[in-house]
Design a protein around this ligand. Structure first.
Ligand SMILES: Cc1cc2nc3c(=O)[nH]c(=O)nc-3n(C[C@H](O)[C@H](O)[C@H](O)COP(=O)(O)OP(=O)(O)OC[C@H]3O[C@@H](n4cnc5c(N)ncnc54)[C@H](O)[C@@H]3O)c2cc1C
Length: 529
């Protein structure tokens, strides 16, 4: 007999965990979460200093992009979390809300109800901020927010001293002041990662009305006429159907949510025809508008002595600034990482993993404690790409392209950003304390033209994928402002894919907020009819 739950959530990741928790607060509803990955996690997840060890393991889907024209044809390693907790198990715990202008621009673009003032209560609902640096912070939510300063490394302090020396203002809380350098706020409680899994999913699993099924790959939505009535999933070599009495909520992330819609016949008719999938609902925007923050791997610096062992999240200080004067929000975020493996050997490992299925070397072997790495991320990119099916087969990864630097202005801004990061490394503060030597780009890269070429060759992903099922009211919108899939009853999408444009900050906090909003829409009966 086919099992029935009130709600089925596809994907027990960041947004899925939030929705599962909030819906099961009502003891009268039943919720099933179907999650493809393995439920087991270890210290590498819970210990904030060890995030680099979870990449390229079973906890990472480790996608590779299509060859990127803007990066001279190279493919980009694209990490995304797998298993209950999803990307919240692998994120670096940086807690930045979107900027007011980000949310207001969503609302101006037709996403009514998502202006900065309207989303603020939902941001507050998720936060339990422990310091008083943000007067609008929430203090009772499931996500514990602390300043990284408490466990800050001396080398991160030197980064901040260097920024001050170069005239950048000091910021106490990036969720209050946008421009300047400071300690990040991070999602950590009692020395342990406090993301969506610890904050939302684990407490909810104590309730008898929540069922989590791991190892279940949802391959298709079951549609009857134009209503979604359940899903089909693969588990242990079997295909199983389960029904939803009220709604199905797709929270499979910006790469897999559009994939699932397309596999179910919801998408661009031309693309579905190419793959041989009959069209159930023509929605040409599915998979379009996919984008990411480009991240440049470097400059890389070498210190005269190793800084002390990390106690915090390893990427604890940053500079947010504008690549040109007069921007409404910063478009550059330069983070500094110590004890990170992202050197050439790491990327050689990525290629091996893709070719052989297994990482060759333990990532901790790749860390040289004297190496520090700037990770400049372009947080207001204009380039847009896509997610498309490779095959009519749920077990096959979709094709993805964030189309990095398709807009030349993105490359210009990224080049400026790397120059700023080089200036920070060249500061008196770094010279006097650590006699820092720049390993890359290195002394041979001098002119802006040379630097631009270096940037193209050293750009990767910030893993901040968004936009591929965007909300709005125009013909390319996939969901309406209540996150209901347009043209289908009983179906919502709620995750990073619904953002019309990625926030100009690290997006995890915004994704949790999207989960809170989705649960609120559902609980308040904004029906999908
Ligand atoms: C390495 C890394 C570091 C990051 N660091 C930060 C940071 O410090 N701060 C920040 O703000 N943001 C950070 N981010 C980004 C942020 O974590 C993500 O934007 C956010 O977590 C995405 O949440 P989501 O709900 O959209 O997707 P996810 O959390 O990825 O959830 C999707 C879930 O669906 C499951 N799934 C997918 N397809 C199926 C299917 N067909 N059937 C069943 N299950 C399925 C997946 O396994 C996954 O568990 C980072 C990301 C990465 C990868």
């Amino acid at each position: 007999m086919t099992e029935t739950f009130d709600y089925i959530i596809v994907g027990g990741g960041t947004a899925g965990s939030v929705i599962a928790n909030r819906l099961t607060e009502d003891p009268d509803v039943t919720v099933l979460v179907l999650e493809e990955g393995d439920p087991r996690i270890g210290d590498t997840v819970t210990d904030p200093t060890r995030w680099n060890e979870v990449l390229l393991t079973e906890l990472d889907w480790a996608y590779m992009s299509e060859p990127q024209p803007g990066l001279r044809g190279s493919q980009v390693y694209s990490a995304a979390g797998r298993g209950p907790g999803g990307t919240s198990n692998v994120y670096h715990m940086i807690h930045t809300r979107g900027r007011r202008a980000d949310y207001d621009s969503w609302a101006y673009g037709g996403a009514t109800g998502w202006s900065a003032d309207e989303v603020l209560p939902f941001l507050q609902r998720l936060e339990n901020q422990r310091d008083d640096t943000n007067p609008t912070a929430g203090h009772d939510g499931p996500i514990n927010v602390i300043s990284a300063k408490h466990t800050g490394n001396p080398v991160s302090q030197v980064f901040l001293d260097a920024c001050a020396e170069l005239g950048y203002p000091t910021v106490d809380d990036f969720n209050v002041d946008m421009f300047g350098a400071g300690w990040q706020h991070v999602d950590i409680a009692d020395g342990r990662r406090c993301g969506a899994r610890a904050g939302y999913l684990e407490p909810a699993l104590r309730r008898s009305n929540l069922t989590l099924l791991a190892g279940a790959l949802v391959g298709r939505l079951v549609l009857e006429n134009r209503r979604c009535v359940g899903v089909e999933y693969l588990r242990g070599g079997q295909t199983i159907t389960v029904r939803a009495a009220r709604e199905v909520i797709v929270s499979a992330g910006a790469i897999q949510s559009p994939k699932l819609l397309m596999l179910s016949g919801i998408g661009n008719p031309d693309h579905l025809a190419e793959i041989g999938i009959p069209v159930r609902v023509a929605l040409p925007g599915v998979g379009e508008n996919f984008h990411d923050h480009p991240l440049i791997i470097g400059p890389i610096g070498y210190l005269s002595e190793p800084p002390p062992d990390p106690l915090g999240n390893v990427t604890e200080a940053a500079l947010f600034w504008g690549s040109v004067p007069g921007l409404a929000v910063p478009d550059m975020e330069i983070c500094m990482v110590h004890r990170a493996p992202f050197g050439e050997n790491f990327f050689a490992n990525v290629i091996k993993r893709v070719q052989t299925g297994q990482p060759l070397q333990d990532v901790t072997d790749l860390v040289d404690p004297r190496v520090i790495l700037s990770l400049p991320g372009l947080v207001r990119p204009l380039s847009r790409g896509w997610v498309r099916l490779a095959k009519d087969d749920p077990t096959v990864h979709p094709r993805i392209s964030a189309n990095y630097y398709a807009e030349p202005v993105d490359l210009e801004a990224a080049t400026t950003m790397v120059q700023v990061a080089r200036d920070i490394y060249a500061s008196k503060a770094f010279r006097e304390r650590y006699d820092l030597q720049e390993l890359a780009p290195g002394p041979d890269v001098k002119s802006r033209k040379e630097l631009k070429a270096w940037v193209r060759a050293n750009t990767g992903s910030y893993y901040h994928f968004a936009g591929s099922c965007r909300m709005g009211v125009d013909h390319l919108a996939v969901v309406d402002p209540q996150l209901r899939v347009r043209g289908v009853e009983g179906l919502r999408v709620a995750d990073a894919s619904v953002m019309p444009s990625i926030v100009s900050a690290n997006p995890h906090t915004t994704v949790v907020m999207i989960g809170e909003r989705a649960a609120d829409f559902i609980r308040n009966g904004e029906s999908t009819r």
